[in-house]
Design a protein around this ligand. Sequence first.
Ligand code: KG4
Length: 352
Amino acid sequence: MITILAIESSCDDTSAAVVRDAGDGRGALLLSNVTASQKVHEEFGGVVPELASRAHQLNIVPVVDTALKRAGVDKSELSAIAFTRGPGLLGSLLVGTSFAKGMSLALGIPLVEVNHLQGHVMAHFVSTGTERHPDFPFLCLLVSGGNSQIIKVERADEASSEPKHMPRMSIIGQTIDDAAGEAFDKCAKVLGLPYPGGPWVDKLAQEGNPKAFALAKPNIPGYDYSFSGLKTSFLYLLRDALKQDADFIEKNKADLCASLQRTVIEILLSKLKRAVQDTGIRRVAVAGGVSANSGLRNALLDSGKRYGWDVFIPPFAYTTDNAAMIAQAGYFKYLDGELCSIDAVPFAKTIV
Ligand code: KG4
């Protein structure tokens, strides 16, 4: 029996999860997934790193404790501790990393480090026993507050005789400036919406006309993304319109949100479509916080029907930052014998 406790603290969510492989051939099943979100950032319109680290320090003991209790697992039954090593906010990562190291030393069990972005992709393998998981190879659109990437995910042992559980991931396209989530959040901020703005834009967009306003779309080669031009064109649209009518935002909020959301989705899907055409890989998954967006989910399902893609959308609980995805990645790495040293330090930036 393998039991893994995972800790995620890369940004402003403190999360702990427990998975267990009971050796019955069903792989690791999720026993608990507990997340404490930090409200302290709302009044600042964005995450304040120092406040995030302090909130993680307050949250980590009760969150881990609750995850173990909900799983019905005692510390002495754990096989390993998985933790998010990066990328993310260094102060936040340091809390989870130090806590994981402390537990590993105290219990005399190994540590497994997990890359946060690989964790998001692994959300597709979190299992409570009923989910459908993508077969390999597949393309994963990873869209979060800090990243927008198209990742090719393949069976790791295709080229070797070694059996491997953790899949191989390669980035074939990524943003050259801002992330999709950042575009949602920054545009929402200028509309006076609370942080994080993505879910608010999503909600308001449902009552608006997505064709009301034309916004700039980038024209860059390959499968790369850019969202800074869209952000600027949104800002200029508001600046010019507010000169004519001081109530422009209030009168047009839903239409502005719907137009912004449509443009972000069109940008995301145009490159994804091209990647599917060129690679011939028709299994398409989406991951990261922005994959909670209802417009994006519908657009992917529509593309699935129209172009014959097999589309995988994770349950809401595994879209934003959570430890369940880290536990799943940690379990695969543990099976592969990929343990990490007690000297491992967090890192702020990396690629998958
Ligand atoms: O993956 P995540 O929780 O954190 C990281 O960046 O790692 O993603 C957070 C992002 C934020 O930008 C948030 O506004 C966006 O996901 N988001 C959404 C929605 N829910 C969360 N964006 C658009 N529509 C949503 N429903």
